[in-house]
Design a binder for this molecule. Structure first.
Ligand SMILES: *[C@@H]1O[C@H](CO)[C@@H](O)[C@H](O)[C@H]1NC(C)=O
Ligand SMILES: *[C@@H]1O[C@H](CO)[C@@H](O)[C@H](O)[C@H]1NC(C)=O
Ligand SMILES: *[C@@H]1O[C@H](CO)[C@@H](O)[C@H](O)[C@H]1NC(C)=O
Ligand SMILES: *[C@@H]1O[C@H](CO)[C@@H](O)[C@H](O)[C@H]1NC(C)=O
Ligand SMILES: *[C@@H]1O[C@H](CO)[C@@H](O)[C@H](O)[C@H]1NC(C)=O
Length: 315
């Protein structure tokens, strides 16, 4: 029978079925082992197709991939280990990792990340190690970025463009042990205060803390950010800067000026009142004198009259 002796439709159907079950072949140029796909350093410019669906570990490091397609990644629902180190990935979006919720290890170091969308990692509640170091254009992390990565133990934020971190972003990272923060242009202004206090009270491991230093402001430049909390608190809460001194000086001057004016007015008033009283007294005195004069004038007149009448008059 020709059907039984040679490769025919039945055999094709069989191999197609096997292909589906095993999750298809291995990507061109990559090496596939049991549930592991290694595409390290293959000059890939895009995410490879044909990755077996049961893959648990995927190595895409040292390529030129610019974009991680959420649809294709989402098919790998067993993925626990994803290494994208040293590529040209520019951004991760809210939906990029939405299908690979079992992920434990994610390495995005040495890429060109400029944007990590606030909910990018929101399904990665099993993630233990996250590396986003060496992304020099990454200048902002939203405070919800780590809201659901509650299993995170090691977080590497070295050598990025981050100037400031929001303490709220670390609020849910209760299992965090190691935090790398060196090589960033930290701006130790008052917005940074809460995070620096968090670094003091949280007792995390900072293997690189000598090199995690403030760049600005100039008076704190070179301070390790793990130790800048107290000086910063002094500067931001109790310390007065030049503007405050100018303000206080102005207030002092105003009080002084007001006091002087009040004293001067009081003095003027006192003098005026005194003058007025003295004048009144003098008027009175003058009036008395005038009256006396009048009286004597009358007496004299009367005398004259009485003399004239011939009857002396006694007063
Ligand atoms: C990295 O991103 C920046 C800003 O988006 C861009 O100017 C630069 O060309 C990128 N670098 C590479 C190597 O793609
Ligand atoms: C965290 O996960 C829950 C449920 O999985 C979701 O409803 C919520 O929006 C997530 N929060 C953030 C900030 O991603
Ligand atoms: C993060 O990646 C950098 C560069 O790839 C590496 O040197 C560093 O050890 C990694 N950090 C962690 C915590 O594994
Ligand atoms: C602190 O520095 C950051 C980053 O440079 C800036 O966004 C923020 O407005 C600054 N805060 C204050 C209070 O100056
Ligand atoms: C700090 O940086 C210097 C020079 O960049 C390096 O030699 C040293 O090993 C670093 N220290 C730590 C603890 O990372």
């Amino acid at each position: 029978m020709s059907l039984a002796s040679g490769p025919g439709p039945g055999w094709l159907l069989f191999s197609f079925g096997m292909g589906l079950v095993s999750g298809s072949k291995c990507p061109h140029n990559c090496v596939c082992q049991t549930q592991e796909v290694i595409c390290t350093g293959r000059q890939l410019t895009a995410y490879p197709t044909d990755i077996p669906l049961n893959t648990r570990r995927l190595f895409l490091d040292n390529n030129r991939i610019t974009y991680l397609p959420a649809m294709n990644l989402g098919l790998l629902s067993d993925l626990v280990y994803l290494d994208c180190k040293n590529n040209l990935i520019r951004e991760v979006m809210d939906y990029t990792f939405v299908g690979i919720f079992k992920l434990i290890y994610l390495d995005l170091s040495f890429n060109n990340l400029t944007l990590i969308s606030p909910y990018s990692f929101s399904v990665l509640s099993n993630l233990v190690q996250l590396n986003i170091s060496n992304n020099p254009h990454l200048s902002f992390l939203h405070k919800y970025t780590f809201a659901n990565t509650t299993s995170l133990r090691h977080l590497d934020l070295r050598n990025t463009g981050l100037q400031i971190l929001d303490q709220d972003a670390f609020h849910h990272l209760i299992t965090l042990r190691t935090l790398y923060l060196s090589g960033n242009p930290w701006n130790c202004n008052c917005s940074f205060l809460d995070f620096t206090i968090y670094l003091i009270v949280s007792h995390l491991d900072h293997p690189d803390d000598q090199n995690a230093t403030c760049v600005e402001p100039t008076e704190l430049s070179g301070w390790p950010i793990t130790r800048v909390g107290n000086p910063l608190r002094y500067m931001c809460i109790t310390h007065l800067d030049r503007q405050d001194y100018i303000f206080l000086l102005l207030i002092g001057f105003c009080i002084f000026a007001a006091g002087t004016v009040a004293a001067w007015l009081t003095g003027v008033c006192a003098v005026l009142c005194e003058n007025a009283r003295r004048k009144a007294d003098e008027d009175e005195a003058e009036d008395e004198v005038g009256q006396r004069l009048e009286v004597s004038r009358r007496i004299i007149q009367n005398r004259n009259e009485s003399v004239h009448d011939g009857f002396p008059q006694l007063i």
